[in-house]
Write a protein that binds this ligand. Structure first.
Ligand code: AMP
Length: 296
């Protein structure tokens, strides 16, 4: 039995930052988010990888007790190529090859259909909807997206947003989707669509949580070494839903801090290289540092 169903990309990424370059390494929204969630709960992934996908990547995920019964294998793996400048809050996409995701028809394993926690991670909103429709009685549904889908599938994206309780976006995507420079206005437009919680990620500067009657502002972790922010948004989301699945929606503020903790580790190296090294104790001790940072 899995605690959380996560649908999203599993990818081979080619990334260049001012601090190095990697080619065809493990990436993807579902990869980062499930790995981050696994520090707290048991996730299962719904995705497709190609025949060319290295089996050691699947072994890494299995080693973290991530369930892969919903991962199909056919065609060629999704690939993403991106670049960052010194301001690493925004990735510049050089190329997206959907490959086997282009005709993917998600079919959930029976045991996933009773799951209460669902994370619709970054992928075509039509696929997100197909997955959500197969879950019998979801309690918490969280959604993330990115500029490509806002540009090409805006209507479908807005339809899915109406069905989720927690909406997650980064600041530039929130401005783009709701056509306003004000994050407060963007959040209030998002709340009108249905989600009870809207979280706006602000890269290294932390995250904002809006509800109809409250506001919470989580700091970013003051990292000295940032090598590659790819997957920070997904790690943030994964740790957040992982912690929610363990502790419930009332603990959403703590979940946001855990999201910031795991995302900050992720930025310290390329691909999942840093996440692979850290333990639950490392996560907890950085969480305690966040607590101290907030005392005044
Ligand atoms: P982020 O957490 O926003 O840095 O997400 C980075 C990950 O998103 C990379 O590992 C990419 O493989 C993946 N990605 C990039 N573009 C897309 C897309 N259009 N749909 C799904 N996943 C994507």
């Amino acid at each position: 039995m899995v605690d959380i169903v996560i649908v999203g990309s599993v990818a081979l990424d080619t990334v260049k930052t001012p601090f190095g370059e990697v080619k065809e390494v493990l990436g993807g929204a579902a990869t980062y988010s499930s790995y981050a969630a696994s520090f707290f709960s048991k996730p299962g992934i719904v995705a497709v990888v190609g025949e060319d996908f290295p089996s050691e990547h699947l072994d890494l995920l299995k080693g973290k007790e991530i369930d892969l019964n919903g991962v199909k294998k056919e065609g060629k793996t999704f690939r993403w190529q991106g670049r960052y400048e010194y301001d690493m809050n925004e990735a510049k996409t050089l190329k997206t090859e959907l490959n086997s995701f282009e005709n993917f028809e998600p079919e959930l394993p029976e045991e996933y259909k009773k799951t209460k926690y669902v994370f619709l991670a970054n992928i075509n909103p039509e696929l997100q909807l197909q997955v959500l429709e197969q879950i019998e009685q979801p309690e918490i549904v969280m959604l993330d997206t990115m500029n490509l889908w806002i540009q090409t599938k805006k209507e479908q994206l807005l339809e899915v947003i109406k069905k989720v309780n927690v909406l997650l976006m980064n600041d530039s995507e929130a401005r783009q989707l709701f056509e306003t420079p004000s994050l407060v206005k963007a959040a209030s437009s998002a709340l009108k669509l249905g989600p009870k919680h809207v979280i706006i990620k602000k890269g290294e500067h932390g995250a904002l949580l809006f509800t109809n009657n409250s506001h919470f502002n989580a700091p970013g972790y003051p990292l000295e070494v940032i090598k590659d922010p790819t997957g920070c948004g997904d790690s943030f989301a994964g740790a957040l839903i992982g912690y929610l699945a363990k502790s419930g929606l009332d603990e959403i503020r703590k979940a946001i801090i855990y999201g910031s903790v795991v995302a900050s580790f992720n930025a310290e190296d390329f691909s999942l290289n840093r996440l692979k090294q850290i333990s639950n104790e490392d996560v907890y001790s950085r969480y305690k540092e966040f607590e101290k940072m907030r005392e005044f």
